[in-house]
Design a protein around this ligand. Sequence first.
Ligand code: MLT
Length: 394
Amino acid sequence: MVRVNTNYKNLKQNYLFANIAKKLSDYTAAHPTAKIIKMGIGDVTQPLSIPVVEALVKASFEMGVKETFRGYAPDEQGYSFLKLSIADYYKNNSNVDLDEREIFVSDGAKSDVANFTDLFSNDNTIIIPDPVYPVYLDSNIMLGRKIILINGNDANGFLPLPTEGLQGDIIYLCSPNNPTGAVYTKDQLKQWVDFAIDRNAVILFDAAYEAFISDSDLPRSIYEIPDAKRCAVEFCSLSKTAGFTGTRCGYTIVPEELIVDGESLNNMWMRRQTTKFNGTAYIIQRAAEAVFSKEGLESCKTIIDYYRGNAKIMTDTMSKLSIWHTGGLNSPYVWMKCGMDSWEYFDTLLNDINIVGTPGSGFGRCGAGYFRLTAFNTRENTIEAMERFSKLFK
Ligand code: MLT
């Protein structure tokens, strides 16, 4: 008789954003004329930039011509043209040197972050900050692993640090943080790097929101911290940087000097990916290459500035209404206190002002009493949403 993985019984019934989507579709079925403003899942609203679209079109035509058609890529981990662009980006932004062999191109950070757990034995203890992007937690619950949650709260600025007596083997860090928008400083990240090296632990560092950092002193890559290549894997994505939520492209950095339990994680990830993944589409990789061109990066900056402008409108409104909030400055997320159960607040906003956000408790028990709104909207919708807020909470 087939037996299923019973660890799935330990998951919440639905993935957080699937839950919200269901609540929203129930509401719109009952209120078809409601003008809903979606500030829940962090999905971008601004289109792909012109250089990216031009690259997509050009690559698509190449695929229709015998001489330039491409089948399986010679290297499923990414074409050199893209990996070299990513390496340049790291050099220019973070002064980090990457070898092409350390870069693995994929369809996004979410899948890589979840799949990377394949490389570790199930008897490892996992350290996960709370509140947290639910993928880290769920993917380890699926494997029945022991998980230690470390508290992020008002007192530590939602940036938990290693403490005396903390024991664990794999540490998830997300900076700028989803959901709180908090960003670790170099000194704080160094504490984690020292902790990991000291205990032969590995840090899985999610840098998906690095492009939103506006303060030049804050690290955009964990490899800005000396020795981090000995203990950390970094995941990044073009979803939020360049509007690729529907186009799908990300990359994972697995340093060559990262040796764990006598094994090279780079070799293991290569072995895993060559078996289970056939690479990101050529046309998408050409589009991603265009993101890193001079014009591409300028366009990204313009779009990120636009979202930052939205975040400013949101945080100014919260300040005026004396609502405690953080984030929004180096992140597209504004994290606010809601003064009631997070799901009750969700219902209030949906029913009373037709705004959809994300309940803080969906990101963990430390998120209870908090709420997350995204700045990924149009300017018009952001202004309208904040007017509705002001009327409701005046
Ligand atoms: C979020 O809203 O937390 C993100 O959009 C989810 C994701 O990137 O998968």
